[in-house]
Ligand binder design. Structure first.
Ligand code: NI
Length: 175
């Protein structure tokens, strides 16, 4: 197990579209464990592979409330998601380990399904994912498309955070 370096806004890998994973190897399963450890250490509830510098379709999520619920780690290779038929849009505050110190309201679906390959190579499908889990699935899958939650923020939040984001990007952009 090892802690991985979390990439910060401004690094180009965060804007890349990630590649599908042809097969789950022991190396990839070990990488996913390291991502979980890194996520827990940073106090996050989700982490996508681009955030540790790899443009592959892998996300890890644990939407359980720390100190209140048992840990519920999920490792998802090649995840796909969609809204459930009765899903509606809801607004909730979000942050991201790659965009420190910025929190703002983001509109997402309140109820989604997700399909993925787990760390053993088995196909998994989960329905009616709501609350934190549903939101994390959407946020982490966005990372695999090179999309960030700040892309969805309001114009007010955008102007409030503009200079913070600009400074962050400047500091972390590779020459
Ligand atoms: Ni994020």
């Amino acid at each position: 197990m090892a802690l991985l370096d979390i990439k910060i806004y401004g690094e180009s890998v965060l804007r890349k579209k990630s590649e599908p994973i042809p097969a789950v190897t022991p190396e990839l399963a070990a990488l996913a464990q390291d991502m979980l450890e890194t996520m827990y250490d940073a106090g996050g509830c989700g982490l996508a592979a681009p955030q540790i510098g790899k443009d592959i379709r892998l996300v890890v999520i644990d939407a359980a409330k720390p100190d209140e619920e048992e840990p519920a780690p999920h490792i998802m290779f090649n995840p796909e998601w969609g809204p459930e038929p009765d899903a509606v849009d809801v607004i909730h505050e979000e942050g991201c380990l790659s965009i420190p110190d910025i929190w703002c309201d983001v509109m997402r679906k309140d109820k989604v399904w997700v399909r993925y390959t787990d760390e053993t190579g088995a196909q998994q499908e989960q329905h009616n994912c709501t609350d934190m889990l549903g939101r994390c699935i959407q946020h982490e899958c966005d990372h695999l498309e090179g999309k960030l939650f700040i892309d969805k923020m309001s114009t007010t939040d955008r102007s409030l955070n503009q200079s913070k984001l600009r400074d962050m990007a400047k500091k972390h952009k590779k020459a």
